[in-house]
Design a protein around this ligand. Sequence first.
Ligand SMILES: NC(=O)c1ccc[n+]([C@@H]2O[C@H](COP(=O)([O-])OP(=O)(O)OC[C@H]3O[C@@H](n4cnc5c(N)ncnc54)[C@H](OP(=O)(O)O)[C@@H]3O)[C@@H](O)[C@H]2O)c1
Length: 407
Amino acid sequence: MDTPDIRACEEVVPASEGPTSSAALRAIAPLSGSACADTLVSPAPPSAPRLLVVGCGGIGGVIAATLVEQGQRLTVVTRRAAITEAIRLRGFDLRDELGQRRIRGEVELVEELPVEGSWDFVFLAVPPTGLVEAARGAAPLLAKGGALVCFQNGLAEERLARIVGPERVIGAVVAWGASSPDPGVFERTSAGGFTLGRLDGEVGEQLESLGRILEAIGPVELSTNLRGARWSKLALNCAVSSLGTIGGDRLGVLMRHRFVRRLALEVMTEAVVVARAEGVRLEKVAGTLDLEWVALTDAERSGAGSPSVMAKHALLLAVGARYRRLRSSMLAAIERGREPPVDYLNGEVVDRAMRHGIGAPLNARIRELVHAIARREERSEVSTLRRLYDETRYPGANAAQKSPPPA
Ligand SMILES: NC(=O)c1ccc[n+]([C@@H]2O[C@H](COP(=O)([O-])OP(=O)(O)OC[C@H]3O[C@@H](n4cnc5c(N)ncnc54)[C@H](OP(=O)(O)O)[C@@H]3O)[C@@H](O)[C@H]2O)c1
């Protein structure tokens, strides 16, 4: 079996192991002999699209830094004085596969959403938990024909569409990782690009224009099937992010346990079954990982090991080896005292499963456990994952739904 290449995992892939995007390379100014180069940028022409970046953590910071380096016209809502001061003092400190450099250019830094102004694209790079608040504040700031751009994992476009209408929402599925270890420091932890799309599947001039802007960060694919791309990534995140949060270790360590791989397969299977019930045609993640293939068949769910199940285990072993240093950002959020976004991942699968009258018991239990970990009632460690596995081995636990056929 060919091992599919997965480039849509969240974060913390050592730079040397991630694929390098040629588009990203083009965006990078040459480094001098010193460990950290300064990049000075000339301003964009007045006709360039006006861009507002809301949220300056890992994803927002890498996007903002790269676009400032490209000379784009940018306003960034940093929310914190420490971030504003760090960038004013030292520029954006950007670290990626080519090393470290400081980027200075014309950029407006603000700590709150402006009360007036007009932007062609508003990039929402806040956690899913703060998305609706940020979108409500940003909606009046959209220029005529402008759009909110949604970088969140999960199915956030539908929530945004209820605020500004579907025609003003563009989904950007992020297939690379980033973090912000200190204010003003933005670390790209894996290479990759974006899949852009709209809920109605239309690809037009506006999507193309956004694609040209984001190509500075990584390869851009314009998709007529945003929902298919979102659901595949959601299924993957439900397993990788949430099991990583409960297990409290890096992906490489966790995936060496057979029972963890089995849990991951079952979590993704539940998500795929719900996606089919929603009428979604799943896209391959980053064009390679086929969730339809990964999902367990009814026979594989109830039966003993088979060559096909062994092949799926082998795939997860390979993924674990490749992304062995990946640590869940949801766990990092809990450690920073933030609300974990599990309701927007596994919770989304559970809620939609209920609407279709089918079950997603494993995702439901995972949602409970992650919240319990956030409340310090459960511990984030492998033995908690083991208990989850043992608890969910009752007869019929994995055959809760009848799988609709692939859409
Ligand atoms: N990190 C990844 O590798 C990755 C990969 C794919 C997709 N994503 C998605 O990208 C989004 C951002 O992730 P991230 O890792 O960049 O998160 P992050 O590092 O936690 O950064 C989020 C930033 O948004 C700020 N923020 C929150 N609410 C805000 C508001 N209303 N207005 C302005 N700023 C606000 C936060 O400020 P405070 O610290 O003050 O709360 C924080 O600085 C998430 O939705 C995630 O699903 C992330």
